[in-house]
Design a binder for this molecule. Structure first.
Ligand code: AMP
Length: 144
């Protein structure tokens, strides 16, 4: 999907927000949801999404939505640093399929990096064990 197009209300993140498919939640409020990426590029990889906006990407986002999302992204990054003690944190965000976007509901990736450990390839990693993700999410949310 290119940068042009319409929001698909049946995209996977919309279904997660509606509770139609499960996710491993880290935290949420009335506007944002942070949950574990099920194909993590590194241990503690999280996704930050808006629960209310239908922006597919950064270019379509309302300023207020972006403010809430980046605030939640910072909060998630701080919590994962406190909980898992990585050596660095990467924040990424992709716009349009040619740029690497695979889910067309605006989101930020928060990916801890550990010295000496490579980064998994975006969109090509294996599926994580859900119990492992739940344990990580509990640890991260305890550090909020
Ligand atoms: P992007 O490629 O930037 O659009 O990112 C989409 C991300 O969503 C990828 O990192 C996927 O691993 C992740 N993902 C896809 N389906 C799910 C799901 N059901 N639960 C959690 N993460 C998912």
């Amino acid at each position: 999907m290119s940068l042009d197009g319409r929001y698909d209300a049946d995209n996977i993140f919309a279904k997660i927000i509606r509770g139609e498919i499960p996710c491993v939640k880290v935290f949420e409020d009335d506007q944002v949801l942070v949950f574990m990426d099920v194909f993590p590029q590194a241990r503690g990889h999280m996704l930050v999404i808006s629960k209310t906006s239908q922006a597919r990407n950064l270019l379509e986002a309302e300023a207020k939505t972006l403010g809430r999302l980046i605030g939640a992204t910072q909060k998630a990054a701080a919590a994962v640093v406190a909980a898992l003690k990585p050596d660095g944190v990467v924040v990424t965000q992709f716009n349009g399929a040619p740029a690497g976007q695979t889910v067309f509901h605006l989101h930020f990736h928060v990916i801890p990096r550990y010295e000496g450990e490579g980064l998994g390839r975006h969109g090509e990693g294996g599926m994580a064990n859900v119990e492992d993700l739940k344990a990580l999410a509990a640890k991260i949310s305890a550090a909020l």
